[in-house]
Design a protein around this ligand. Structure first.
Ligand code: ADP
Ligand code: ADP
Length: 225
């Protein structure tokens, strides 16, 4: 099954006045694709992300994630489907400041019923995979911006999601760290990960094998490479 299948998915914030933030749209993202989502501020990118990431339910349409109809799930099932199938990467990293890199990554498996020793082992592997094998004990404040984002990517990967959903992943990074994080996303993509990146940076968008544009809540296919 596709990782993401939107069938006439739309969201209108009730208001008043009502805001049609995402017009009903169809979108299919197959396993292993690297898709970038671009659009100006206020165009509906966060609305799209919140729906794709199961943080918000659409007000119309059907959203299938890995073939699962998410629009008919109970809230508790939405939470577990999200935790197992989606890894989130945010602009602002969202690392817990008083926990080590290893603990931050381990916490992403707390709800998956994985025993502690195995969580530690998998967290070490994930950190090694993003090049932070030597920094497992480091506190976030001692990591550089690029290292923080790589730690956040390790956290996103450790539950072995089918989709990596990245919201402006390089928005707080300088040029060198942006390049490092983009290389890492490409490596993950080469390894078969499905990657969805929301960005307003053209050089980041260009890494996608296709680009979907949102403008005024309307989704459209922009480029095929
Ligand atoms: P972007 O992420 O591209 O900046 P958003 O998805 O945040 O865009 O917003 C899309 C539109 O929906 C904007 O017009 C915004 O003002 C509106 N909007 C966002 N959140 C809400 C909300 N909770 N209630 C009402 N309108 C909202
Ligand atoms: P950015 O730093 O990219 O702007 P935000 O901090 O604005 O990201 O978060 C984007 C969206 O994701 C928001 O709707 C926020 O509520 C939600 N969010 C933030 N942190 C998490 C998290 N750890 N897990 C799930 N959703 C989150």
């Amino acid at each position: 099954a596709p990782v993401i299948e939107f069938r006439q998915v739309g969201l209108t914030y009730p208001g008043p006045p009502p805001v049609e933030a995402l017009r009903p749209c169809d979108l299919v993202i197959e396993p292993g694709e690297f898709v970038s989502i671009v659009g100006p501020s206020g165009s509906g990118k966060s609305t799209f992300l919140n729906i794709a990431g199961l943080l918000d339910q659409p007000t119309t349409g059907t959203y299938l994630l890995d073939g699962i109809d998410t629009t008919t799930l109970k809230d508790s099932d939405v939470t577990s489907v999200r935790g197992r199938r989606i890894g989130f990467v945010f602009q602002s990293f969202h690392l817990l400041p008083h926990r080590s890199a290893l603990e931050n990554v381990m916490l992403a498996m707390t709800y998956n019923g994985v025993p502690r020793a195995e969580r530690a082992e998998r967290a070490r592997e994930a950190l090694a995979c993003v090049g932070l094998g030597h920094r497992v004990a480091a506190m976030p404040s001692t990591l550089s911006g690029g290292e923080r984002q790589r730690c956040a990517i390790a956290r996103a990967l450790v539950a072995r999601p089918s989709l990596l959903l990245c919201d402006e992943p390089t928005g707080n990074l300088d040029t060198a760290n942006t390049a490092t994080v983009l290389r890492l996303l490409e490596t993950l993509h080469d390894g078969g990960m499905t990657v969805l990146v929301i960005t307003h940076e053209p050089e980041v968008a260009a890494r996608g094998s296709r680009t979907v544009a949102i403008r005024d809540g309307v989704l459209s296919e922009q480029v095929m490479r």
